[in-house]
Ligand binder design. Sequence first.
Ligand code: ZN
Length: 241
Amino acid sequence: MPDEIIVQGNPDIHNIALTFDDGPGRITPYILDVLRKYGVKATFFCLGCCIEKNIIVQEYTGKDLTGSEIVKRANDEGHLIAIHSYNHRALPGLTEEEILDNELSRTKNIITNLTGKAPVYFRPPYGSIDDRVNKISKVLGLKTVLWSCRSADSSTETAIVPDGSLRYKYGPVDIYKNIMETTGNGSIILCHDGHSGKRDANLGIVSALDKAIPELQKKGFNFVTIDELLAAGNYTIHKSI
Ligand SMILES: [Zn+2]
């Protein structure tokens, strides 16, 4: 029986899921503020290395926050914490031991210790997965989730920031426009709150979401976490990799 990789929720229901990869990062607190402003819950596919390291939050709270504190806040505010990997390496190129012990199990343990809940959902770095990685993730009881919409917030092209209140780091594709044009029933929207654990994420995503979320809510969409999205059944899977 082929392994299942989830790419989209129920197309008959107005539920959509924002997902953030590569964090926690410096912009995660800004994203959490925007989500709180609109009462929206999202899913964070975290990197173990970013949870463990200290992150300096500038021009915001005035204090240094650790990755753990940021993820703890996200969890406490009702967001779903999921696994991206530990080091953001392309998993198909690693040995079985590296994938299981160094990347997935290690990150699962870090998140479990932090939140008191074992993470269930997993998104491989670069969306790069093969049968072997898929089998190993199943050993840990993980469900693989990719995406149906890209905000393109990690693009290296020139980006447009809708209200100009926050500067983008790199970009600019029109992140706001990408989200508005590609989101539909059951969408799993790919965004970033870090960048491969090395560079900062694109701050443009914060102002793009500040504009897109209320407009999508006005259109009748409900923002839900991945587990809520999948609870509605009839989700789309890719059966071949
Ligand atoms: Zn990533």
